[in-house]
Ligand binder design. Structure first.
Ligand SMILES: [Zn+2]
Length: 127
């Protein structure tokens, strides 16, 4: 190791050495608990954003769905098991099984249900 590298190495280490000296000093005057709690707090502060980021990414990977609007074919993202509105055509959609489906069933299904009801009603009237 030549002299330049060594100086560079020292410059990088200096803040940590200072911290170590401060920690040792606080510990030597009976404030070791303070050092410990500061280390714990710093550790939590350092780890919490990473955990939150990883958790959010995991959650998004599970729940974020990119698919096409079944009405107009516009591709966008939505959250799984939620109701959304197509930003392009305004159709109300539900996200299920990794794709978008229309919330309102096809008109024919509604009409068929109404027809069955009328049939039952008219048969009842006939008696
Ligand atoms: Zn659409």
């Amino acid at each position: 190791m030549n002299l330049n590298n060594f100086q560079f190495y020292l410059a990088n280490l200096r803040p940590w050495l200072t911290l170590l000296i401060i920690a040792w000093f606080l510990g030597s005057i009976g404030l070791g608990w303070l050092v410990n709690s500061i280390i714990v707090i710093i550790g939590i502060m350092a780890i919490a954003p990473v955990v939150a980021f990883l958790g959010l990414r995991w959650w998004l990977q599970r729940n974020l769905v990119t698919s096409q609007c079944p009405v107009c074919g516009f591709e966008f993202m939505g959250l799984n098991h939620s109701n959304i509105q197509c930003p392009n055509c305004g159709e109300h959609l539900t996200v299920d099984g990794g794709k978008f489906t229309r919330i309102a069933p096809e008109g024919t299904i509604d009409v068929a249900a109404v027809e069955v009801q009328t049939q039952v009603l008219s048969e009842g009237d006939g008696e």
